[in-house]
Design a protein around this ligand. Structure first.
Ligand code: E4P
Length: 217
């Protein structure tokens, strides 16, 4: 499973990049607004830090303006993925970009039918939002299972990018289903390292090693 960081925080992205475990980055207009950064400059910075795909979202909602924005975003760096909303116009843009071999990430997917349309439009990634579905008492992970099954049935190459991931169990369950990618805040990736028995066991090993009075170096 590929790990994408859902953030525009360059320090956090650099930290994850240094771990060797980061496969890509996703952003959205809310994340950019929260960062207070200049969008185009920040995306260019992120695309330099992270060698993997970096999703940058269009701001317009009509076909003509989204096409212009997409061309501008794609020109920033070779690893830019143009993020598009799952609307009729968004998928029209997706098809045009896919025909030009520009990577796309279709976002705000909340149903299997929408995911089917995105795959037919040639999306590189489809982003179903599990957390936001859970928030309204729908089963976000069931949607992931449905999309993975449908894409496998027809051999669609669109990768399932599990988005709106809120906690480690979302990641584990999505991995069990076989989703290609997940994106989440860096803090959630950090939670994966944690287990109380690891901390307890390590503390005991450190104490017992000290009792030996030895040094490896
Ligand atoms: C990713 O592409 C999405 O923009 C993001 O995961 C949404 O997460 P949220 O529902 O926690 O805002």
């Amino acid at each position: 499973m590929k790990f994408f960081a859902d953030t525009a925080d360059t320090a956090a992205i650099q930290d994850l990049e240094d771990s060797g475990l980061l496969d890509g980055v996703t952003t959205n207009p809310s994340i950019i607004a929260k960062s207070g950064a200049n969008f185009l400059e920040r995306i260019a910075e992120i695309a330099k830090i992270c060698k993997g795909p970096v999703s940058a979202e269009v701001a317009a909602t009509d076909f003509d303006t989204m096409m212009k924005e997409a061309d501008k975003l794609a020109a920033i760096a070779d690893n830019i993925v143009v993020k598009l909303p799952l609307t009729e116009d968004g998928l029209k843009v997706c098809k045009k970009l896919s025909d030009k071999n520009v990577m796309t990430n279709v976002t705000l997917c909340f149903s299997a039918g929408q995911a089917l349309l995105a795959a037919k439009a040639g999306a590189t990634y489809i982003s179903p939002f599990v957390g936001r579905l859970d928030d309204i008492s729908h089963d976000g992970l069931q949607l992931i299972e449905d999309i993975v099954t449908i894409y496998d049935n027809y051999g669609f190459e669109t990768e399932v990018l599990v988005a709106s991931v809120r906690h480690p169990m979302h990641i584990i369950d999505a991995a069990k289903i076989g989703a290609d990618v997940m994106t989440c805040p860096p803090s959630v990736i950090k939670q994966l390292y944690k287990h109380p028995l690891t901390d307890k066991g390590l503390a005991a090993f450190v104490d017992d090693w000290a009792k030996t009075g030895q040094s490896i170096l």
